[in-house]
Design a protein around this ligand. Sequence first.
Ligand SMILES: [Zn+2]
Length: 397
Amino acid sequence: MKIQTPRGNNIVTRVDDLINPVDSTWDADLVQSIFWGVDASRILQIPITSGREDCVAWHYNRSGMFSVKSAYHGQWKRTFGARLNMAQGGSVSNVQVWKNLWKLQVPGKVKIFGWRALQGLIPCRAILANKHIINEGACPVCRNGAEDIKHIMFTCDRVRAVWKSIGVWEKINSLLETDRSGSIVLEEVIRRGEQIHGLGIVFAELMLTGGWLLWWERRQFVHGENIQSPSRSGLSIISLAKNYKLATKQESRLRQGWRKPPENFLKLNRDELGGMVAATNTYIPHLVDAPMAEAFALKEGIMLDQHIGGNRIIVQSDCMDIVEIMRNGGFTANSAAAIYDESHTVWCGFQEISIEHCNRDANQVAHELARRALYTKENCIWDDDPLVSSWMRCRMM
Ligand SMILES: [Zn+2]
């Protein structure tokens, strides 16, 4: 949560000063007099508990707790994020290039090749000569021009012959009309995301798979090995690109639905036989952020279980943050800390309780209930009659 109100102009320096010491609630008048309306209402929505020790919160992680992973991401963004924006003018269309690149249906090594080509990181002779690593930058294959990214992917005599053999040279040639570097041409191809009719593949997929294969053949050639004819290379490129697409198409994702809990256990949201025991939904009109909504849902869930007298429960959530926080004893340093504290107190009252992560497919009932809450804007608990009929009643009203 980021405060919009400008700093300074008041004597309050600590959050503690905004809390009424008598009943440990926000001093609403004070908060409203110091902060702009938008900030004041968000601050007042943050639940607080008395007697909680101060702690250091790490804002790169949603739980407010430090992790090496989040530190790495923070540092990466700091080092490369700015450079990425600077180098590319920060425009949306350039971000689109990277998005398109990672979405292409080509093997990982081909994507990496694409990334390196866009960054100018292919060790072509002209690039190495520019860096004074070698003396000569000419193309070892055709001896007709400097070996740079444009040359190895588009303009080398052999490469032209390959592209001509599979009928895409005209398309490439039109991209080469203006004088641009190979990386920029490639960027254009990826940004456009054009399909090749009849082949069922994206033009960029063909270009990158081709670029990767041609670069590999070039390495073979330099090391004195025989390489196939341009037309055979062309066929290899098409079959590589098409086969990969076909292979990934057949790979269907395994659907992991709901699984029943062991005997004598209740699963938050169904019992061991798969029958409905109780359900609840709550409409929360104002929320600071998504983690707080997740924390609310957890609290409501385990309080419902307490309400119906469940003693052994397995909580399932599709939110990994919740699972991790509750496994760590419910301690967190984010804005939902007070709700977790409360949940943890209820949690400790169960004879046996555990939490596990499930994917969204296993959670459809919960999503339906959430949709219902949004639609009716009211709170409901079903602990006697089956949900379906009450739900239908609600809908018919
Ligand atoms: Zn050449």
